[in-house]
Each structure stands twice: as C-alpha cells, then as structure tokens.
Design a protein around this ligand. Structure first.
Ligand code: GDP
Ligand code: MG
Length: 173
C-alpha cells in the first residue's frame, strides 16, 4: 500500500502536537509535553485512495541544525506550522522552509503551510494575507487551521498527500 512519511515542523507551542493528535486520534490536547517527539501511524483515504500515514511530530527548541536535518531527510512531505497568535512563529517559517530545500537539495518540495489556532481570532497577530502571501512566494498551499475546532485540519493533511502524489506520479510513467 502507499505509505507516506510526513514531518510536522514549526516553532514551540504553535500546535504541532495538538494538530497531529486531533487529526490522527481525534481528541484535542490542552496540555502536551513540548519535548515529546513522537511518530503516529494511521491508514486514511485521500481522494478515495488508501494511504498509510506515518507522521513525525517534532519537538525541541534547538535551531534548525543537524538534528532537525536528520529527520528532514526522511520526510516525503512537510507541514510547517505557525500560530496566528504569535508573530514570531510566523517569522520562523522562511528559515524552516529554506532548511527543507537545502536538506533536500531541491528548489521546491511538497510542503503545506498552516497558520494554526485559527479559532483565536481575538488574539490574532498574523493576518490571513500575510500567511497566504508567504505561501504564494513558495508556491505551496496555505490554510488557517484549528486543532480545537478542526477547521481545515483534514484539508491540510489531505493536501500534503496530494502534493507528494503530484511530484511522484509522473515518475512512474
Ligand atoms: P507544539 O509545541 O507545537 O506541539 O504545541 P502544542 O500542540 O503542545 O500546543 C500548545 C498549546 O496550544 C496547547 O495548550 C494546545 O492546547 C494549544 N493549541 C494548539 N492548537 C490550538 C488551536 O488550534 N486552537 C487553540 N485555541 N489552542 C491550540
Ligand atoms: Mg509538541
């Protein structure tokens, strides 16, 4: 069966674990150890095709150096998460995506950018357009998500599978 390895990247506290656990295990975690790095596996259907998801929820505050590059090497697709309530987490996105490209030695790579905590409108620090424009400069899909309300969560995980399929299917011809 098709099996895909997705790596969730982003600053601390943006909701990487909450998104992963909400989507794969269907509950919302309010407290989750920020240092836990965990693999989650689940079979889902994307566009009526089964796919076995292997999701690495990353952790740690260290810079995007050697350790992070190691697991970037194994990823077939990346979800880069920031929080719409924290400008600083948004400003980290370019460095993260550039590191992905450097590790993959590519000009583009299957990636989806998510502005998470989309339910916290009252605490918003990053506009939809800022997120959307950044993603546009990279040519990657962008969603504002919420691990709490489920907003666009399935969409983001399904889309990263589609992005991977887009680049891999032509090779099989
Ligand atoms: P991580 O460090 O990126 O893995 O962040 P966590 O998943 O541990 O989330 C950090 C905190 O933000 C937790 O208290 C979560 O409950 C909360 N959180 C995560 N996603 C959302 C969201 O979409 N909406 C709201 N309101 N809170 C969220
Ligand atoms: Mg976490």
């Amino acid at each position: 069966m098709e099996e895909r390895r997705i790596v969730i990247l982003g600053g601390g506290g943006v909701g990487k674990s909450a998104m992963t656990i909400r989507f794969l295990q269907n509950f919302f975690v309010t407290e989750y150890d920020p240092t836990i790095e965990e693999n989650y596996r689940k079979q889902i259907l994307v566009d009526n095709k089964p796919v076995f998801l292997d999701v690495l929820d990353t952790a740690g505050q260290e810079d995007y150096t050697s350790l992070r590059e190691q697991y970037m090497e194994t990823g077939q697709g990346f979800i880069i998460v920031y929080s719409i309530t924290e400008k600083g987490s948004f400003e980290e996105v370019p460095e993260i995506y550039k590191t992905v490209l450097r590790v993959k030695d590519a000009e583009t790579f299957p990636t989806v950018i998510c502005g998470n905590k989309g339910d916290l409108e009252c605490r918003r620090e990053v506009t939809f357009m800022e997120g959307s424009n950044l993603a546009k400069t990279y040519g990657v899909p962008f969603y504002e998500t919420s691990a709490k309300t489920l907003k666009n969560l399935e969409m983001a995980f399904h889309q990263i599978i589609r992005e991977i399929r887009k680049v891999e299917l032509p090779k099989k011809k």
